[in-house]
Design a protein around this ligand. Structure first.
Ligand code: ARG
Length: 587
């Protein structure tokens, strides 16, 4: 039996729930990690469920096997907030039900968020994961290859990795965002040959590095099919690079420089940034002598009859890590990179956000590092994801990410002009349409379960009414506009007695569920948990919007409702930022 749902419990409620007689002085935070919000009772109370198993866990020393005595529980909880405590027996579990005074609950929830938003965020993180400050997590994501277009696997990695990094940062972890770019391997020898064939110049590269590199790569591949000398040349060129030939290396640095510039531009459009850019070529043959040494010293490096060097992961599995000509492999460079990252960051955890197709690669990598008896090898994790099928530009040409982003931006601009519902917020600014377009792309991806393959559907991704990124932006703009233009100001204090409509109560309970949702997304590293919550939340906001007038209402009532909408916007805004969206004020 697991108790993973976490309900919102403000510090005051927690204090009230504290088991005063507990000998082990349990942390209220533990309690908040085991509580779920239940239904409303008698129209006045909100139920919180804590399973008996959890209660015992929380109070393990005093109650290990003994029955929990309900009257004892009743005696110790503060009675102004908690109105009743009783047991509820269901098929699955026995839970202790705390009934919390609804008005108290409303006040706690809304005031906690709106009084001091920064504090609210901090306390939330502290309550959910008290130890996280000590964690340093390196997250590697995006990691495209130069020369090949930034494909959809890289886009997923970028979007999912950014979400995970934001989420961990929100939960107070120290996060290092790392982009590991592919610029090494035999195919880069081919690229070198291709560039010579294209008669490249620095000015040409500067103009559009990705396109030029790609063109060179395609040309060389084509030529290599009919001319065997090309492949030989490519191998030779790569060999030179591995040996560290200075002239080649200088050119290489230039490609990298311009590629990095162009990538930064695309990432900026997506609202994504990295702390570090690392290149595969930084871990070339000349830099890995010591690794081979240490593998040899442990007796796990073997030389095959054809001259390749392999590592024995277990009796059935040997993986090559050096070619017979002494050049490195993808796996070799990953071993070196992992060691380098640990050296620099002394991380507590490292995540690789890379597609399912590379599962064997990472199993081998983690196996080798653990055979090297590196104590941190167990803290590495491959965060996998499925494929996107059918995503190309509408014209069906090669997918450069910039083309996709340009296309969605243009479609969004057109939709905005046609739409009646969004006319109120019509903002023709190109930046706005660009953000709308990227929001649609990001959410279309994050609403899927991470490991599932999915089909990309342009029409569905860009709808304003459906469950899309546009809807989240639209609702955020609506709330922002209300706050700016309603002519009412926020009340000094929350008065729950005027927030009793079902639309208000639903919304407040959903606001309170934010913690639970964050925690579930974190435990499963699944953005869709948060995305689906926000879709539902937006529906509730939009419904409340239609019923709970602020503008043409009694000023007192209006200001209380404004408080509710203000709290909703803070939660929506926070959720959107964690997903990697840039919340808009106008669209
Ligand atoms: N550049 C690689 C590719 O496009 C992905 C790199 C994944 N990360 C790693 N550490 N191997 O396939």
């Amino acid at each position: 039996m697991t108790h993973k749902l976490k309900g919102y419990v403000s510090s005051r409620i927690l204090e009230a729930l504290k088991w005063k007689t507990s000998p082990n002085n349990f942390m209220p935070t533990l309690l908040s990690n085991h509580i779920t919000i239940g239904k409303e009772k008698n129209g006045t109370n909100i139920e919180f469920h804590l399973s008996r198993t959890s209660l015992k866990k929380v109070l393990s020393t005093s109650f290990s096997d003994k029955e929990v005595n309900m009257s004892e529980v009743k005696n110790v909880v503060a009675d102004d907030i908690i109105c009743d405590v009783h047991e509820e027996v269901t098929k699955r579990d026995v839970s202790i039900v705390f009934q919390i005074n609804r008005n108290m609950f409303i006040k706690e929830v809304l005031q906690d968020i709106t009084c001091d938003t920064v504090m609210w965020r901090k306390t939330l993180a502290q309550n959910l994961l008290p130890q996280s400050k000590e964690n340093k997590v390196v997250i590697e994501y995006s990691s495209p290859n130069i020369a090949k277009p930034f494909h959809m696997g890289h886009l997923r990695s970028t979007i999912i990795g950014n979400f995970i990094a934001n989420l961990l940062e929100f939960l107070s972890h120290k996060v290092v965002r790392l982009n590991y770019l592919g610029d090494w391997g035999t195919q880069f020898g081919l690229l070198q040959v291709g560039l010579e064939m294209c008669g490249y110049s620095e000015t040409l590269i500067k103009q559009n590095p990705m396109q030029l590199l790609y063109k060179a790569y395609v040309e060389a591949n084509k030529k290599a099919e009919t001319d065997s000398s090309i492949s030989a040349k490519a191998r030779e060129a790569f060999h030179c690079l591995e040996e560290g030939n200075t002239e080649n290396m200088e050119k290489w640095k230039l490609f990298r420089y311009y590629t990095e510039q162009e990538l930064r531009h695309v990432y900026q459009r997506l609202g994504i940034c990295f702390d570090e850019y690392k290149w595969e070529s930084e871990y070339s043959a000349k830099d890995i002598g010591s690794i081979l040494h240490s593998l040899e010293a442990r007796g796990i490096l073997k030389t095959e009859s054809d001259g390749r060097q392999v590592v024995e992961i277990n009796q059935q599995w040997r993986v090559p890590i050096m070619k017979s000509d002494g050049s490195t492999l993808y796996l070799t460079r990953d071993i070196a990179a992992a060691l380098d990252r640990y050296d620099h960051h002394k991380f507590t955890e490292m995540l690789y956000v890379v597609d399912n197709a590379q599962t064997d690669h990472f199993t081998a990598l983690f196996g080798i590092l653990s055979n090297m008896q590196l104590p941190w090898a167990a803290s590495l994790k491959h965060v996998k994801f499925g494929r996107i099928r059918g995503m190309s530009t509408r014209k069906g040409s090669v997918v450069f990410l910039t083309d996709i982003l340009d296309e969605v931006r243009d479609i969004m601009a057109k939709k905005q002009q046609e739409s009646r519902t969004t006319k109120v917020f019509l903002d023709k600014n190109e930046k706005t349409t660009d953000i709308l377009g990227t929001s649609a792309v990001i959410i279309n991806d994050l609403k899927q379960r991470r490991q599932r393959d999915y089909e990309f559907d342009w029409n569905r991704a860009l709808q304003v009414q459906g469950d899309t990124g546009v809807k989240l932006q639209y609702t955020h703009c609506r709330l922002w506009n209300l706050e700016k233009n309603c002519g009412t100001s926020l009340p000094l204090e929350c008065d729950p007695s005027v927030l009793q409509e079902p639309e208000a109560i639903f919304l407040i309970k959903d606001i309170a569920r934010f913690n639970e949702v964050i925690m579930k997304s974190y435990e499963e590293l699944e953005a869709c948990v948060l995305v689906n919550y926000l879709f539902r939340f937006c529906n509730l906001i939009n419904r409340a919007f239609d019923i709970l007038q602020v503008k043409n209402e009694d000023v007192y009532v209006g200001s209380q409702r404004l408080l509710l909408f203000h709290a909703s916007r803070i939660v929506l805004n926070q959720g959107m930022k964690i997903l990697g969206l840039q919340p808009l004020h106008q669209m």
